[in-house]
Write a protein that binds this ligand. Structure first.
Ligand SMILES: *Cc1c(COP(=O)(O)O)cnc(C)c1O
Length: 364
C-alpha cells in the first residue's frame, strides 16, 4: 500500500473496529515528575532502610526468573494473612495492584444491564471499569462537606438495584472516612456485592475487615501501594471463598510476578518499618493541616489518609504556579462539581512539606 492509503486504511479500521465507548475514553493521565517534589500520587516518601534494601537485593538475586511464578502465591498469602491479621476463614484474592482486582470484580458481575454504584467524587477507576466491562455506572453525589448522603444513596440503591457497590474508606480524593453507622446502613440494605476499598487503611486505623463475617456479600480490598510499595503492584482482597473462587476465574494466572511475590514477602516480614513510616506520615499530616489552616484564601478538608484536599480561589492558576516552582500536586478542578477549585496534596517528608507550603504560600 502507498503511505496515504495505509493511513486511510488505519483510520477507517480504528473507526470501525474499536468499541465506540473506548474511542471516546481518555487514557489515564500521569503528569511527568522528573526533578519535581512529587506530591501528586499518595506515595510513601520514605524509601526502605539500607538493611532491608540489601535483604531485598539478596532475594532478587536468588529468584528463578526463568520460571513462571506460582499462580497461587501461597507464601505471600500466608505472609499477608499473618502481617495484617486477616480473618482465617475467609478467602484471599491477589491482584497486580488493587486496580486489577477492581477489573476482575466488575467483569465477573457485569451481567447485561448490571449497575455499579459509588459515591461521587471517588476513585476514578471504579467508573472506568464500569465502562470497560459495560456495566451501567451510577454515581451518587456526596454532601457538600463530603460526608455520605445516606438518604440519597439508599434511594439510589432502591432505584437501581446495583450488582456492585464501591465505597472507598477513607475516600479518595476527599480524605474523609464516612461515619461507620452510615456505611453499616448501606451494608444492611445492600442486595448486591459491596467492596469497601481500604487503600488508605494504614493512615486511618479503621476497618470493616471484622464485618465480613456478618455480611455474606462484603469484600474488603486493600493495597500495599500507599503503605510504601507502589512500585511492586500488589493489591489484596478478602471475602468469602465462594466469591473469591468466582473472581479467581478471571484472574490472569501469573498476575503477581515472581519479583512482587518474593519482595513483598520479604518486606512484609518487616511490616514494622512500613507501619512506623505510616505513623510519621500521620504526624506530618497533622502538622501540614495545621499550617494550611493558617492560610488565607484556602480551605483544607480534614483527612484520615496520606493526602489533604484543599480548595483555593483559582486551582488552575495555583497548580500551574506550584508546578513552575517544582512542586507537583494533583489538580482536581473540572473533574466533578463538588471538586470545584480543589487540589490534592500528598503528605511528604518534613522537607517536602516545607517546600510545598512555601510554594503554596506564593501561589494562592
Ligand atoms: C490508589 C488507590 C487504589 C489503587 O491502588 P493500587 O493497588 O496501586 O492499584 C485503589 N483504591 C483507591 C481508593 C486508591 O486511592
Amino acid at each position: 500500500m502507498k503511505r496515504d492509503s495505509v493511513s486511510q486504511a488505519l483510520a477507517s479500521a480504528l473507526g470501525e473496529l474499536v468499541r465506540e465507548d473506548i474511542l471516546e475514553l481518555k487514557a489515564y493521565h500521569v503528569a511527568p515528575a522528573t526533578g519535581m517534589v512529587k506530591l501528586d500520587a499518595m506515595e510513601n516518601p520514605y524509601g526502605l532502610p539500607p538493611d532491608l534494601r540489601e535483604a531485598v537485593g539478596a532475594v532478587a538475586a536468588s529468584l528463578p526468573l526463568n520460571r513462571y511464578p506460582n499462580p497461587n502465591a501461597p507464601e505471600l498469602k500466608a505472609r499477608l494473612r499473618e502481617a495484617f491479621a486477616l480473618p482465617a476463614d475467609m478467602g484471599l484474592l491477589l491482584g497486580n495492584g488493587s486496580d486489577e482486582i477492581i477489573t476482575m470484580i466488575a467483569q465477573t458481575l457485569a451481567r447485561p444491564g448490571a449497575v455499579m454504584l459509588a459515591p461521587e467524587p471517588s476513585f476514578a477507576m471504579y467508573r472506568m471499569n464500569a465502562i470497560y466491562s459495560r456495566m451501567r455506572y451510577v454515581g451518587v453525589p456526596l454532601a457538600a462537606d463530603f460526608s455520605l448522603d445516606v438518604g440519597a444513596f439508599l434511594e439510589a440503591m432502591q432505584a437501581h438495584r446495583p450488582a456492585l457497590i464501591f465505597i472507598a474508606y477513607p475516600n479518595n480524593p476527599t480524605g474523609n472516612a464516612y461515619a461507620e453507622a452510615e456505611v453499616l446502613r448501606i451494608l444492611d440494605a445492600a442486595t448486591g456485592f459491596v467492596v469497601l476499598d481500604e487503600a488508605y487503611h494504614a493512615f486511618a486505623g479503621k476497618s470493616f475487615m471484622d464485618r465480613i463475617a456478618q455480611y455474606p456479600n462484603l469484600m474488603v480490598m486493600r493495597t500495599v501501594s500507599k503503605l510504601g510499595l507502589a512500585g511492586i503492584r500488589l493489591g489484596y482482597a478478602v471475602a468469602r471463598s465462594e466469591w473469591i473462587e468466582q473472581f479467581d476465574k478471571l484472574r490472569p494466572p501469573y498476575n503477581v510476578n515472581v519479583m512482587t511475590q518474593f519482595v513483598a514477602e520479604k518486606v512484609l516480614s518487616r511490616l514494622d518499618v512500613l507501619t512506623l513510616q505510616a505513623e510519621r506520615i500521620k504526624a506530618e499530616r497533622a502538622k501540614l493541616f495545621a499550617a494550611l489552616a493558617t492560610f488565607k484564601g484556602l480551605e483544607a478538608f480534614p483527612s484520615e489518609a496520606n493526602f489533604i484536599l484543599v480548595r483555593v480561589a483559582d486551582a488552575n492558576k495555583t497548580y500551574g504556579e506550584m508546578q513552575a516552582r517544582g512542586v507537583l500536586i494533583r489538580n482536581l478542578h473540572g473533574g466533578h462539581p463538588l471538586l470545584d477549585q480543589c487540589l490534592r496534596l500528598t503528605v511528604g517528608t518534613p522537607e517536602e512539606n516545607q517546600r510545598l507550603l512555601e510554594a503554596l504560600q506564593e501561589s494562592v
